[in-house]
Ligand binder design. Sequence first.
Ligand SMILES: [Zn+2]
Length: 358
Amino acid sequence: MDYRHSHPDHHSRALTRLLHSLPKIDLHRHLEGSLRLSTMAAIAGDCGLELPGAQVEQFRHLVQVVPEDRRHADVFMSKFGTLREFYRSPEAIERVAYEAVADAAADNVVYLELLFTPAALARKMGFALEDVTAWVIGAVERAQADFDIDVRLLVTINRHESVELGEQQVEIAIANRERGVVGVNLAGAENHYSGAPFADVFRRARAAGLHTAIHAGEWAGAESIAEALDVLGAERLGHGVRVLESDRLVAEARARGITFEVCPTSNVQSGVAPSYGAHPLGAMVRAGLRTTINTDAPSVSGIDLTDEYAHAVEEMGLSLADLKQCLLNAAHAAFLPDAERAALVARIRAALSDLPLS
Ligand SMILES: [Zn+2]
């Protein structure tokens, strides 16, 4: 995948090789944050899209966090605005979806829950939400046939967009339950918008048998987590790293077995954590919370899941045993029927038992 920065020199090569070889699980990866830079250049060429230059280095700063960027949620979000320019044709959307799965498989991700936002893919060209959804599903099915990876999809709704648009997308999720859509997710500008107006939308999704994961406790504090759990019925929290601001919520999350989808580099780049070393993941693990490690937006962040595992072990204070537990937590939290989830847990457990990760 051509969007990755090289592994930092201080990450040991032997560790990186080991982590790369592990069968991994990503529960929180946005399709709209998983575009190869070379594909963007090709789409721009095909569609006559104006970029500052045809070379990747000339437009990288528009679509990826670069060292000069201010570490702020608004800057991080701005990259997704530019990325919407590339969803120009059915072929472009299918290509991006296929490659997102291929790139995860190349990193030995064996189970991926891919978040996608029909409204984001449809907006630029005025495509129908149903059509972009069908293109994504078809491409993901083809990629699963070509690579050793299982993918499930979560339709993602932005809290900074209208409730009506959210309702429309939930209906599309419900209509595609038989084609790999297993849940709905609330994302977007948490620092500016409450999720409460979407309570009925998520109630409707749950009633139809869909799972729910909510971005909360990332760009807003503990009150946003309380809202996600109590008002929106979240089974898993996207990020949730600010849970440590409230002892009551830590206890509640532990009691309810809430899974946290932690995405370290995303948090550092959007200013949630000042550095890897100061990131709360280690404290969350020690607090007995059910944590997992994920990528969020790998092409925006310039990382893959192996990088995130390496950061966790080498800079964030996790032991290899902690890392192993995070991976098992992810298997247990997969939005799969019981028998399939048990098979995934067994596969991960068997792979880990062969490795020096005690
Ligand atoms: Zn996210």
